[in-house]
Design a binder for this molecule. Structure first.
Ligand SMILES: Cc1cc2nc3c(=O)[nH]c(=O)nc-3n(C[C@H](O)[C@H](O)[C@H](O)COP(=O)(O)O)c2cc1C
Ligand SMILES: C=C(O[C@@H]1CC(C(=O)O)=C[C@@H](OP(=O)(O)O)[C@H]1O)C(=O)O
Length: 385
């Protein structure tokens, strides 16, 4: 079983994650984690913060000479921006005299509900932790554990399919295209015309002081059949994936396979026939998106994820000053205009963590060799069925 815990504020000194449950003797490359962190910082529409940060990970426990020890792995990501916030984010002492408190909650952000729940007058005490800056640690955790999955040829990719209503490939959401997904290369980028239109949409939002959301697709390739389980709702892999992905800031919808489209079709147009071609069972289509009964079928897992537009609007919506109760415009924090490409990298690594956890529940063991032996035994068992 894998789990992680993160800590850190957006403008505090650093973010930390502790990952527990990685077996011993798994070779780990720091460069692979840093590469995912670099990808997370990319994408048109990001704000100025990304020009300040150059995210890399420092590992302070659990790895020796490039291999996991089997003990908890601690990773840190430093906030370069902290040097501009030292007084405003001080752990001890009193607030500086010129401190500007955030008192006008932004619709769509955690400000209002968080301020009420945690009894804070300065809503910065909420937004610092609600911020998607924390996704650095989540990505680092996923980028770490997917190095185990790579050894078993399980690959995870993600790509943007829609931004602000502009669809990357007009046919991406088509039934036939979706079920053919298994036959296509996992690395797919938006075609250039659509990309230009998306960029124009983000520019339009920026000019209006507005923001846009979008949809990205994650594909997990190479899972054996039987990760997850049908026996309890919380052990179902689709439930775990949806829950983890919904946990990412600003994610408002998750579909697996045909998702909502399945609800509009006859069963014969949704379910995937079963054929046997020794030594395995095959499916000519993949409307199920690689999961049936909460378990992997062995086909690609296809997940689509919807992100709402960024909440901070440079042309703000109406709000209320929580100190005066006067009608005011919402606070404006330095912000992204669109972070769908970044969110797709977060989603990819979040999915990787869920899959790695399911993999280790199926093939549990304390060392890589123990797990390799279990995988080999299961493969030969499945091939005789
Ligand atoms: C990669 C990424 C970057 C984000 N950047 C911003 C941002 O710059 N400004 C903002 O207001 N919200 C941003 N968000 C969204 C907020 O963090 C999120 O809306 C807020 O925490 C409230 O959570 P909820 O939208 O899940 O309800 C970002 C989200 C992600 C995934
Ligand atoms: C810092 C990141 O994203 C931040 C997420 C975020 C929010 O409210 O979620 C608000 C912005 O923070 P800042 O005001 O410091 O620019 C984003 O930049 C990051 O992705 O690394």
């Amino acid at each position: 079983m894998l789990r992680y815990l993160t800590a850190g504020e957006s403008h505090g000194p650093e973010l930390t994650v502790i990952v527990e449950g990685m077996p011993s003797r798994v070779p780990i490359q720091k460069e692979k984690i840093d590469e995912q962190l670099r990808r997370r910082q990319q994408g048109y529409g990001r704000g100025r913060r990304m020009q300040i940060e150059t995210d890399t990970v420092e590992v302070t426990s659990g790895i020796r000479f490039g291999e996991t020890l089997g003990s908890p792995i601690t990773m840190r990501v430093v906030n370069r921006d902290f040097k501009n916030w030292i007084e405003k984010m001080s752990v001890w002492g009193n607030p500086p005299e010129n401190l500007k408190e955030v008192t006008r909650p932004r619709p769509g952000h955690a400000d209002l509900a968080g301020g009420l729940k945690y009894d804070h007058e300065d809503l910065r005490n909420i937004l610092e932790r609600a911020s998607a800056r924390n996704t650095t640690t989540v990505v680092a955790a996923g980028a770490l554990v997917r190095q185990l999955l790579e050894l078993f040829k399980i690959e995870i990719t993600a790509h943007v399919v829609e931004i602000g209503g502009v669809v990357a490939k007009p046919d991406t959401l088509d039934f036939q295209q979706l079920i053919d997904a298994a036959d296509r290369s996992p690395v797919r980028t938006a075609d250039q015309v659509a990309e230009a239109k998306m960029i124009a949409k983000i520019d339009e939002a920026k000019e209006r002081g507005d923001t846009v959301g979008g949809i990205f697709e994650i594909i997990v390739r190479g899972c054996p059949p039987g990760l997850g389980s049908h026996v309890h709702n919380d052990r179902k892999l689709d439930a775990q994936l949806a829950g983890a992905l919904m946990g990412i800031q600003a994610i408002k919808g998750v579909e697996i396979g045909l998702g909502f489209e399945a609800a509009r079709r006859f069963g014969s147009q949704v379910h995937d026939a079963i054929v046997y071609q020794a030594p395995r069972y095959l499916r000519p289509s993949n409307g199920a998106g690689g999961i049936e009964g909460g378990m992997t079928t062995g086909q690609d897992i296809v997940i689509r994820v919807a992100m709402k537009p960024i909440s901070t609007l440079y042309k703000p919506l109406a709000s209320v000053d929580m100190k005066t109760k006067e009608v005011e415009l919402a606070a404006v924090e330095r912000s992204d205009h669109c972070a769908v490409p970044a969110a797709s990298v977060v989603g990819e690594n979040v999915a990787a963590f869920v899959i790695a956890d399911a993999f280790l529940r199926k093939f549990s063991g304390d060392s890589l060799r123990e797990i390799q032996a279990q995988v080999a035994a299961y493969q030969s068992m499945v091939e005789k069925r």
